[in-house]
Design a protein. Structure first.
Length: 99
């Protein structure tokens, strides 16, 4: 058997688009980083409205919006994830006192 010089990689079809992620599945690390970066970009640009969030409450962020607040971050995460129809880990929860 003689070895080949360099194996050629399979051709990639440019017309095939990747399938969108399943929102009910646990997110990948990259998806979490992307959502966190989106939050910080929205916050820096002033696109988020924190009015109506009581001092000492956590707020839930997903998809460019704040979706509620609660004193219990775990309950908030689960409730907002169920209401939006996404895996609870996709919902980012922050403490309002930090901002």
């Amino acid at each position: 058997m003689t070895p080949t010089a360099t194996p050629t990689p399979p051709a990639v079809d440019p017309t095939v688009t990747p399938a969108p992620p399943d929102l009910l599945a646990e997110p990948t690390w990259e998806e979490l980083i992307e959502e966190g970066n989106r939050f910080y970009a929205d916050h820096r640009a002033g696109r988020l409205d924190f009015s109506g969030i009581p001092e000492g409450h956590h707020f839930a962020y997903y998809g460019g919006k704040i979706h509620g607040h609660d004193a219990d971050p775990n309950a908030l995460e689960k409730r907002v994830g169920a209401a939006l129809g996404v895996h609870w880990a996709r919902v980012r929860v922050f403490y309002y006192g930090e901002w």
